[in-house]
Design a protein around this ligand. Structure first.
Ligand SMILES: *Cc1c(COP(=O)(O)O)cnc(C)c1O
Length: 400
């Protein structure tokens, strides 16, 4: 799964370039930085690698989402439709711009059910935000169609699916804007970092200013920049961008290894007829960071999780249904709208309402799902051994 597993001289070299000059900030200091612009270089590499016209680096995937939303003009009074299965950052970002997260069910793609999205649309809906979970994609044609029909923005949270694609286009470049996270456990890492990608100049201009206190970045004198709107500091540092620059060059290698290891593990698990796999709208485009699979019932799934644990092979296998971070069921803080900053009472009521709806359709999927993370370090023999142990544990439960 993550690029950190293959830390190398290449990352050290890029970081050292920055350490040599000591210019750790991405803006200004044109003389002393001696031509070293790691953030700019990484933004160019992102545009070239993923086919996006513009890219704005940020301090994290979470700040990339907040930035994208602000850049798209999403805020007070707006509802964003997003899945009940995601990472908490998705709704954190929505709350950060004062909008309301409207959670809807996922289907067997583990992403937004287009049918559920249609039912959730109200006059306040401003955007649909699919989250391309666990390396693979939402049904983008269906979502694009809905956005067109209702004139809605499409913002892709592709933080977990760097390098995955849908019908030849990279995830994160299909909607009005898209984001990646480069945190430590993502497919490629900056240690911490993120990016907003868009093909629209205005959205890029907004994102660029928003991440740097509203600076317009039009002149060469930072102190003389104008501030067309209020922004924040969501800047990435040159040290972080340097790590990412080394990693993006290695991304093809990471993806090829992921796909190879994923294929081998999937083949082994396929020997169990009771196992079914996540539906992938474009199988070619799966980045294969995870292999996600289903068992027939929640009871069997829980027993398998327990058996994997007993045998010491649970690590790397995720049962999201019980997880605090990724599924609505355990988001108690959100359900009670516990925030440190007081929310407007109406907003607070909306947040609580949407987080406590009935998600029976998602429960039926998530309670039977296990995702196995794919390591870049596994040897063929290790995958064989791991896969066979998993199959034995599953068979033991099925035969009991
Ligand atoms: C990791 C992640 C984020 C946020 O990224 P950070 O860089 O950790 O802030 C957002 N959305 C999803 C789906 C993620 O997995």
């Amino acid at each position: 799964m993550p690029g950190y597993e293959l830390w190398s001289d290449k990352e050290r070299k890029e970081v050292n370039d920055v350490l040599e000059t000591g210019i750790l900030m991405r803006y200004g200091f044109d003389g002393p930085r001696k031509g070293i612009w790691k953030s700019k270089e990484l933004e160019t590499a992102i545009c070239n690698t993923f086919g996006s016209k513009y890219a704005q680096l940020t301090s994290s995937g979470t700040s990339a989402l907040s930035t994208a939303m602000a850049a798209l003009g999403i805020g007070y009074g707006d509802e964003i439709i997003t899945p009940a299965f995601t990472f908490v950052a998705s709704f954190e970002a929505i709350l950060s711009v004062g909008a309301i997260p409207v959670f809807v069910d996922v289907d067997d793609t583990l992403t937004l059910s287009p049918e559920a999205v249609r039912k959730a649309i109200t006059p306040k809906t401003k955007a649909i935000m699919p989250v391309h979970m666990c390396g693979s994609m939402a049904d983008m044609d269906a979502l694009l169609e809905i956005c067109k029909q209702y004139n809605l923005l499409l913002l892709e949270d592709a933080c977990q699916s760097i390098g995955a694609s849908y019908k030849g286009k990279y995830l994160g470049t299909i909607g009005d804007a898209g984001t990646f996270s480069f945190d430590f456990v993502k497919t490629m890492t900056c240690a911490e970092g993120g990016v907003v990608m868009t093909n629209k100049e205005k959205i890029y201009f907004n994102a660029d200013g928003y991440t740097d206190h509203g600076h317009d970045h039009k002149g060469v004198d930072r102190g003389a920049d104008l501030h067309p709107f209020v922004g924040y500091n969501y800047r990435i540092s040159e040290l972080h961008a340097a790590v990412g620059l080394a990693q993006i060059k290695r991304l093809p290698e990471f993806l090829a290894t992921q796909k190879k290891n994923h294929r081998q593990l999937k083949e082994i698990l396929s020997s169990v007829p009771e196992i079914s796999f996540r539906r992938i709208p474009d199988a070619e485009g799966d980045s294969c960071t995870f292999l996600s699979w289903f068992l027939p019932t929640e009871e069997i799934t829980r027993a398998v999780v327990a058996e994997l644990k007993t045998q010491g092979i649970l690590p790397g296998n995720f049962y999201w249904y019980d997880n605090n971070w990724h599924y609505v069921r355990k988001w108690e803080h959100l359900k009670n709208a516990v925030t440190l900053n007081a929310l407007h009472p109406e907003m607070k009521a909306s947040v609580m309402h949407h987080a406590t709806k009935n998600f029976a359709a998602s429960d039926a999927i998530m309670s039977r799902c296990i995702s196995s993370s794919i390591s870049l370090l596994w040897t063929e023999a290790q995958i064989q051994e791991k896969g066979e142990k998993m199959v034995a544990a599953i068979q033991k439960v099925l035969n009991s």
